[in-house]
Design a protein. Sequence first.
Length: 433
Amino acid sequence: MNASAATLVEVDHVRQLYPKGSGESLLVLDDVSLKLGTNEIVSLLGRSGCGKSSLLRIIAGLLPASEGQVTIASLPVDGPSRDVAMVFQTFALFPWLTVLENVEIGLEALRVDPVERHKRALAAIDLIGLDGYESAYPKELSGGMRQRVGLARALVVHPKVLLMDEPFSALDVLTAETLRTDLLDLWIEGRLPISSVLLVTHNIEEAVLMSDRILVLGSNPGRVAAEIGVELPRPRNRLDPDFRQLVDDIYARMTARPVGKSAQGAFQGTGISMILPRVSPNLHAGLMEALADEPYRGRADLPALAGALQMEIDDLFPVAETLQLLRFAEVAEGDIRLTEPGRRFVELEQDGRKKLFAQHLQAHVPLAQHIRRVLDERATHAAPDRRFRDELEDHMSVQLAEQTLRAVTSWGRYGEVFAYDEARGVFSLDDPA
């Protein structure tokens, strides 16, 4: 934060825990402290599951922190604050209300005089470029226009802080870029009735493009891993060498392996309690093929690869890190490199790929080893999925247990390590390799 900027929002040692199936708690945020000053845009950058949205809701007063405190303009947050407005990823409009009525509804809740309410709503609609659509209903608008309505509804209450939870992620690339540029222009021109913006994103380029500072959140649990000042002059050019270098540096930070951790360190938990992402074998194979092909020849810069494949970090990182877990690739310092088994996988025919994948799956994914061992030891060579789901729920939430079990099921089926009957909910060795 600029030393001359007054502190507007302060998050002080916040922790957030959610109950797990075992009756214990899952730590989502741990000892998070940050400050947001006046006249700055700050991005919270991190992968899915790192607690970005939870932190934003705690700041907004929509979710009480398990521990710690948040203050806005030196006042403790205890429930929703009139100094804060929020724009969500989904448009969250009332379909039975017109654009004007949707924008007015926040002011109505604040019991603003109808004449003043109407005047301010019209001004906000005009500001965000929807003049002429006041009487339209949400179903008549494109996604980008609906998000503009959501933005107008947030701005019309004249908050000190605008919180934005991945506001452009549901839009197509061109629409998102247009809205992002328009918002930045209004900010630079001083036309937005707000003092500061806190933006949640998993898009590294978006964070560099918009922010004065970037706070990188680590995962499992979420905590501030790095604070990066963005000194580039506005408007910013994505092709500028300094812009590209900063993007590369952030990728390197986000892919750095903690000292002393093994390749599986990207995933929370150990042994069978390791939380696995739902990444299809087709994505594994596709990324390895792309890496082996020109111009990469087995090694690629992650930002360049993400751009070429039109993938964001929430899409690319889980695939890359699963390949690392399986020892088909290594990820470090913003680069990904195929290992010798990864290169061999690409060269093999389908049956050979399946056998190699099965070998690596059983060697490096403890849950897959566990399921196969249980099936081998049973006389029927079958076991209900509930048996493994219950074990997982002792270590993680119901949702994460389901995600993890479905991930290993997909991988096990592809490698023909075990079969799974969805209708009966039973694992077996009916079609093993």
